[in-house]
Design a protein around this ligand. Structure first.
Ligand code: PMP
Length: 386
């Protein structure tokens, strides 16, 4: 029997998306492919609520999307402010430093976020070209108050780059309205497409900053100068070539983005919130503590939950034995002390109850004391309450 994949990416995908991925490959200059690539680009703007942005769809993973943003915006000696909420913020800092930026971190303890005031204090001091924010840090399940932060960056004339790899199309985000300059993501999480695509929507200020560079972008494959004419051509219905596009993944993306838009962005954000609330009710009923220090900073796309006393990382294997794949910890300081459950993309009430039931059975088998069925009942009550 097939296990249900509930890690924080890759996730379970819709059959129509997988069919598109498995269909005979079109030539990258086939008129049918040009038309659907053009639609996928337009849909990227709608999903990110960024009508004024330039989308980029490139073969690669989320890390490439991070590197593309940095490589195109940062020049050696530029100063960057990293709002650091964990493992993937550290990765962003590493990429920034590799591209010659001088990085300042504004950190919080694992499970928490730096306050908007603290971030603004740094922004006020001036001198930063970019500020990076991890929308949801997948290592801690912390949701950053991204709207306040990007608005502050804009106020102080600093470009904001938001890593939405574990958030895009799952967590509320209004790129244009909030004034975020770059939103970057990957295909394999709430965007609903198997791994392999680096995705960015780049706002006009960021495009302007890229155009005003004095030094060339230090990577040919990442350079927007190579990709911009390609994206523009596909949107205009014309063939173009720089590097062979991942044709089948782009076909799958076009399908998934269509499904996401058919659900509606606000409805989709609300569904992710409902599922997250049901999981939280279950963790509480089991007497488990979440890594995020409060509900206000807890992501809706995944849960990170401490093992109770007497239970260790072997729980992940026990949960798999119950038919659900969850993930272990990732934050270097706390890795062995918690597990993570992804709840993105097509996750609905049935998946929530199945996952909670599996975790509950595995915990009971590991010797944890709780009333059998209490966690499932709590999740169910939350789902019924809406
Ligand atoms: N940023 C965040 C927030 C992530 O969760 C991930 C992947 N888990 C990445 C960046 C890197 O993406 P990828 O693994 O696709 O390179």
């Amino acid at each position: 029997m097939r296990d249900l994949l509930m890690i924080p990416g890759p996730v379970e995908f819709e059959p129509e998306v997988l069919q598109a991925l498995g269909a005979p490959t079109l030539g990258h200059t086939d008129p049918a492919f040009i038309a659907l690539f053009g639609r996928a680009l337009k849909r990227m703007r709608e999903v990110c609520l960024a009508p004024g942005a330039q989308p980029f769809v490139v073969a690669g993973s989320g890390t490439l999307a991070m590197e593309m943003a940095v490589a195109n915006l940062v020049e050696p000696g530029d100063r960057a402010l990293v709002v650091n909420t964990g493992y993937f913020s550290d990765r962003m800092a590493k990429i920034l430093e590799r591209h010659g930026a001088q990085v300042t971190h504004v950190r919080a303890a694992p499970g928490d976020v730096p306050s908007a005031d603290e971030v603004e204090t740094h922004l006020v001091r001036g001198g930063f070209k970019v500020m990076t924010v991890t929308h949801v840090d997948t290592s801690t399940a912390v949701l950053t108050p991204v709207e306040a932060l990007v608005r502050a960056a804009r106020k102080h004339g600093v470009l904001s780059v938001v890593d939405g790899v574990c958030a895009t199309a799952g967590e509320s985000f209004h790129q244009d309205a909030w004034g975020a300059d770059v939103y970057l993501t990957a295909s394999q999480k709430a965007v609903g497409v198997p791994p392999g695509l680096a995705l960015l929507t780049v706002g006009p200020r960021a495009m302007e900053a890229w155009r005003a560079r004095k030094t060339p972008v230090a990577s040919v494959y990442s350079d927007w100068a190579e990709w911009l004419p390609i994206m523009e051509a596909y949107e205009a219905g014309k063939p173009a070539y720089f590097a062979t596009p991942p044709v089948n993944l782009v076909c799958a993306l076009e399908v998934s983005l269509g499904q996401i838009l058919a659900e509606g962005m606000e409805a989709r954000f609300a569904r992710h919130q409902r599922m997250a609330r049901a999981f939280r009710a279950a963790w509480k009923a089991l007497g488990l503590r979440m890594l995020p220090t409060s509900d206000a900073v807890a992501a809706h796309t995944l849960s990170a939950v401490y093992y109770p006393d007497g239970v260790d990382a072997a729980l992940v294997g026990r949960v798999k034995g119950q038919g659900i794949v969850v993930a272990g910890g990732l934050h270097p300081e706390l890795k062995a002390r918690y597990f993570r459950v992804g709840h993105m993309n097509r996750v609905g009430p049935t998946d929530v109850l199945a996952a909670v039931g599996a975790v509950e059975r595995a915990l009971l088998a590991a010797g944890h004391r709780s009333e059998p069925g209490a966690a499932v009942a709590a999740a169910q009550a939350s789902l019924v309450a809406g």
